[in-house]
Design a protein around this ligand. Structure first.
Ligand SMILES: NC(=O)c1ccc[n+]([C@@H]2O[C@H](COP(=O)([O-])OP(=O)(O)OC[C@H]3O[C@@H](n4cnc5c(N)ncnc54)[C@H](O)[C@@H]3O)[C@@H](O)[C@H]2O)c1
Ligand SMILES: O=C(O)C[C@H](O)C(=O)O
Length: 335
C-alpha cells in the first residue's frame, strides 16, 4: 500500500514508476481470485514481516501466504505452516527464482523489506538504501504479478509509496493515545490522521472526534502522535523501530483491502494516495480517508472541518510533503 503514500498507479502501464511508490492499483478482482487469494509478504523474516505473517495466517480470506526474504523465509514459513488455519504457507529465498515464485499470482503484495531507523536518524536517512530495495521488489512484482496491489511499508514512505498503510499506524496510535488520556475504550476513539507519515507531515484531526482538550494537552498529544515512531526507536535503543504495532496496522489495512476487493462497499481506510486534494498547491500525494474498492482506491474523501490549529498544522505539512514527494519522483526519473 505503498504510497501510505502516493497515488494510485496502474502498474500495467506504469511499471517503471513502481519504484518509487509502493503501491499500486490494479484491475478488477475476479470472483475466482476471491476464492483463491494469495498474499505475498516481501521481507517476511524481519521485525515487521514475522508478526505480520502471523496475523495474516489468521485471515480466513487468504488461501495462500507466500513469504520471501533474503534470509530465513523458508524457516518462518515452516513454523507458520503448523498453525491450524486453512491457508497454505510457502517460503522463498533469492535462490531458484524465489522472488518470482513468491509474487506470481498474488492478489496483494505487502513490502516490509528494508532497513529500520536507529536513534538519531530520520526516516529520510533510510532513503538511499530502502528506495533501491523497494525498486527491485516492485520491479519483480510488476513483471511477474502485474495485477497485484502493492502495499509498501518500507520507510521513508512519504517518498517511497504510492498507497500505503502507514497512516493506519498513525490512526492506531492516535486512537490509543487519546483513549489513554480520556480513560476511554480505544475502539470508540476514531481519530482521522491525514497528510503523510513523518514528523510535521502527520496531521491528526482531533477536533473532529469531539474530544475536548486544553491547548497544552492538545499540543502534547499532537506531538506524541507526530513523533510516536521516535518514541519506539528511542525505547528500542538501536535495535530497530516499531514492528508489532506496524504489523497490526498492516494486517488491518490488508484485511480492509481484501474486503473491498471481494465486493464489500463502504470500506474506508486512511491511505496515502495520488490525490486531488492539494494538487493545486503542488502536493500530488496526500493521505486522507479513502473508500477502498474492487479497483483499489475508490472515492477520496475531503478532510472535513478543521480547527484553526489543524489548519496551521496543514500549512506546516504541505511544503515538507512536497519535498518528500519530489525526492521519490527524482529517484524514479533517474532509473
Ligand atoms: N510505514 C510505517 O509506518 C513503518 C512502520 C515501522 C517500520 N517501517 C519500516 O519498515 C521497514 C522494515 O522494518 P523492520 O523493523 O521489519 O526491519 P527488519 O530489519 O527487522 O526487517 C527487514 C527485513 O527485510 C529483509 N530484506 C532486506 N532487503 C531485502 C530484499 N532486497 N528483499 C527481501 N527482503 C529484504 C531483511 O532480511 C529483513 O528480514 C523499515 O524500513 C522501517 O523503517 C515502516
Ligand atoms: O519511526 C519509524 O522509523 C518507523 C515507523 O515509521 C513508525 O512510525 O513507527
Amino acid at each position: 500500500m505503498e504510497r501510505n503514500v502516493v497515488g494510485v498507479v496502474n502498474n500495467q502501464f506504469h511499471a517503471h514508476r513502481i519504484v518509487v511508490g509502493v503501491v499500486i492499483l490494479k484491475r478488477a478482482f475476479s470472483s475466482s481470485a476471491a476464492n483463491a487469494t494469495k498474499v505475498a509478504v516481501l521481507g517476511a523474516a524481519g521485525g515487521i514481516g514475522q508478526p505480520l505473517s502471523l496475523l495474516l495466517k489468521h485471515n480466513e480470506s487468504i488461501s495462500h501466504l507466500a513469504l520471501y526474504d533474503i534470509v530465513n523465509a523458508p524457516g518462518v514459513a515452516a513454523d507458520l505452516s503448523h498453525i491450524n488455519t486453512h491457508s497454505k504457507v510457502t517460503g522463498y529465498s533469492p535462490d531458484n527464482d524465489g522472488l518470482k515464485h513468491a509474487v506470481t499470482d498474488a492478489t496483494i503484495i505487502v513490502i516490509p523489506a528494508g532497513v529500520p531507523r536507529k536513534p538519531g536518524m530520520t526516516r529520510d536517512d533510510l532513503f538511499n538504501t530502502n528506495a533501491g530495495i523497494v525498486k527491485d521488489l516492485a520491479t519483480a512484482a510488476a513483471q511477474y504479478a502485474p495485477k497485484a496491489f502493492m502495499a509498501v511499508i518500507s520507510n521513508p514512505v512519504n517518498s517511497t509509496s504510492m498507497i500505503q498503510k502507514v497512516t493506519t499506524l498513525d490512526v492506531v496510535r492516535s486512537s490509543r493515545f487519546v483513549s489513554e488520556l480520556k480513560g476511554t475504550d480505544p475502539k470508540n476513539e476514531n481519530i482521522l490522521v491525514v497528510g503523510g507519515h513523518s514528523g510535521v507531515t502527520i496531521i491528526p484531526l482531533i477536533s473532529q472526534s469531539g474530544a475536548k482538550f486544553t491547548d497544552d494537552e492538545l499540543k502534547a498529544l499532537t506531538h506524541r502522535i507526530q513523533f510516536g515512531g521516535d518514541e519506539v526507536v528511542k525505547a528500542k535503543a538501536g535495535t530497530g523501530s516499531a514492528t508489532l504495532s506496524m504489523a497490526f496496522s498492516a494486517s488491518r489495512f490488508t484485511n480492509s483491502l481484501l474486503r473491498a476487493l471481494n465486493g464489500e462497499n463502504g470500506v474506508v481506510e486512511p491511505a496515502y494516495v495520488r490525490s486531488p486534494l492539494f494538487e493545486s498547491k503542488g502536493v500530488e500525494y496526500f493521505a486522507s480517508n479513502v473508500e477502498l474498492s474492487r479497483e483499489g482506491v475508490g472515492k477520496i474523501h475531503d478532510l472535513g472541518p478543521l480547527s484553526q490549529y489543524e489548519k496551521d498544522l496543514l500549512e506546516a505539512a504541505l511544503p515538507e510533503l512536497k519535498k518528500n514527494i519530489a525526492k521519490g519522483v527524482d529517484f524514479v526519473h533517474k532509473q
